[in-house]
Design a protein around this ligand. Structure first.
Ligand code: ADP
Ligand code: MG
Length: 341
C-alpha cells in the first residue's frame, strides 16, 4: 500500500491530554472499522499537530489486524487531481468503481475542498455510498465541521454524523515526551536539559518540534560539536530567523490556481472567462499585499498587463471582500495557506 506510511503507528503516537479523545476514538475505529458510531471519524486541528499521523496510524492498524480490508489513504488534493484527470480522460466510471470498492477511506485535509464545488459534489456521492454500505470513513481537517468555510452544507452535515475529535497543542510534558520518543527512535542521545530547553521554546506544533531537532543534529554534525545546551541555544536563534521566508509571485499564482482548480498557464493568458479573471485578480491582490514587487512588475508577471490593471484588480478584490461573504472566505483561506508556507 504505497499510500500508507508505515512509520505512522499508534505506538509512536505519544499520548497526552491534547490528543486523548482523538487517539482512543481512532483506536476504537481501528478495532471495528464501520462498526462503531464513530463514522465518519473526523479528526481536526491546526498544522503539524498529528492529524495525518493519527489517521494513518488507524489505517496501518487495520491493515495489520484485518489484512483483507481494503484501506485507502488519499489527500484531498490528490483526490481532486484524480477527479480532474478522470474527467479529462473520460473514465469517471473507473474512478467511481475504484472508490466504491474501498472498505476504509481516509481522506486527509478536507478543508482543501473549499472552492472546489465539482469535486465536493463528487466526493459527496462516494461518501454516501460508502457510509450506506457500512464502510468506514476517516476525515481530517484544520477546523471543526461547523467552522469549515467554503464547503457545501450537505457535505458538512455528513461530517457531523459521526464523531469529531480535535488535536490540540501539546503541553510541555507531552512535548518533552514526544522529543524523547523521537530521539529514542532515531537512536540519538540528548540530555534532559536540552530536551526541556527545546520543548520549552518550541511550543507551536509537533512538526516544528521535530524540525528543531533535525537542525540541532545538523549543526552538531557540521560543527563537530556535542549536542549540549549551548548548541541548542545557538540553533534556536537560527531556527526562529529562518522560519519567516519570502513569498514569491509564482508561489501565489500556484496556490490560487490550485485553490480554484484552474490551469496555471491560463492566469497569464488574455482570457476573460469569469473564473480565470477572478483567480488572476486575487493573485494580483495577494502579490501586492505579500510581496515587495511593484505594481508594474506584478502586471508584467501576470501576463504582461500594465500597472492600472493591477490597481483595478486590487480595487475589485477589496470591494468584493466587503460585499461578498463567500468571496471574503476564499481570500481569507488562501491567505492563511500563504502564511503557513
Ligand atoms: P498534521 O497532519 O496535523 O499537519 P502530522 O500528522 O503531519 O500533522 O504531524 C507532524 C509531525 O509531528 C509528524 O512527523 C508526526 O509524526 C509528529 N507528531 C504529531 N503528533 C505526534 C504525537 N502525538 N506523537 C509523536 N509524534 C507526533
Ligand atoms: Mg497532515
Amino acid at each position: 500500500d504505497p499510500q500508507l506510511n508505515r512509520q505512522y503507528t499508534f505506538e509512536n503516537f505519544v499520548e497526552g491530554d491534547c490528543n486523548r479523545l482523538a487517539r482512543s476514538a481512532g483506536y476504537a475505529v481501528a478495532a471495528k472499522p464501520g462498526g462503531t458510531s464513530f463514522n465518519p471519524l473526523m479528526i481536526y486541528g491546526g498544522v503539524g499537530l498529528g492529524k495525518t499521523h493519527l489517521a494513518q496510524a488507524i489505517g496501518n492498524e487495520i491493515k495489520r489486524s484485518l489484512p483483507d480490508k481494503l484501506v485507502l489513504y488519499v489527500s484531498c488534493e490528490k483526490f481532486t487531481q484524480q477527479f480532474v484527470d478522470a474527467l479529462k480522460h473520460n473514465n469517471i466510471n473507473d474512478f467511481v468503481n475504484f472508490y466504491q470498492a474501498i472498505d476504509v477511506l481516509i481522506m486527509d485535509d478536507v478543508h482543501n475542498f473549499a472552492g472546489k464545488e465539482k469535486t465536493q459534489d463528487f466526493f459527496f456521492h462516494i461518501f454516501n455510498h460508502l457510509h450506506q454500505s457500512g464502510k468506514q470513513l476517516i476525515i481530517t481537517s484544520d477546523k471543526a465541521p461547523k467552522d469549515l468555510a467554503g464547503l457545501e452544507e450537505r457535505l458538512l452535515s455528513r461530517f457531523k454524523w459521526g464523531l469529531s475529535a480535535d488535536l490540540q497543542i501539546p503541553d510541555l510534558e507531552t512535548r518533552m515526551a514526544i522529543l524523547k520518543n523521537k530521539t529514542y527512535q532515531d537512536g540519538i542521545e540528548l540530555g534532559d536539559d536540552v530536551i526541556e530547553y527545546v520543548a520549552h521554546n518550541i511550543d507551536n506544533n509537533v512538526r516544528e518540534l521535530e524540525g528543531a531537532m533535525v537542525s540541532l543534529l545538523a549543526q552538531s554534525t557540521l560543527n563537530r560539536k556535542e549536542i549540549d545546551l549551548n548548541l541548542a541555544k545557538q540553533m534556536l536563534k537560527n531556527f526562529v530567523k529562518n522560519s519567516s521566508k519570502e513569498i514569491s509571485m509564482e508561489y501565489i499564482q500556484n496556490l490560487v490556481c490550485e485553490y480554484f482548480e484552474v490551469p496555471i498557464d491560463m492566469v497569464k493568458s488574455p482570457t476573460r472567462k469569469r473564473e480565470i479573471v477572478q483567480a488572476r485578480q486575487i493573485s494580483m491582490y495577494l502579490a501586492k499585499a505579500h510581496t515587495k514587487s511593484s505594481l508594474k512588475s506584478i502586471g508584467h508577471f501576470f501576463g504582461g498587463r500594465d500597472h492600472s490593471t493591477v490597481i483595478y484588480a486590487c480595487q475589485t478584490v477589496e470591494d468584493l471582500i466587503d460585499t461578498d461573504k463567500k468571496f471574503k472566505g476564499y481570500v481569507a483561506d488562501i491567505q492563511k495557506k500563504l502564511k503557513m508556507s
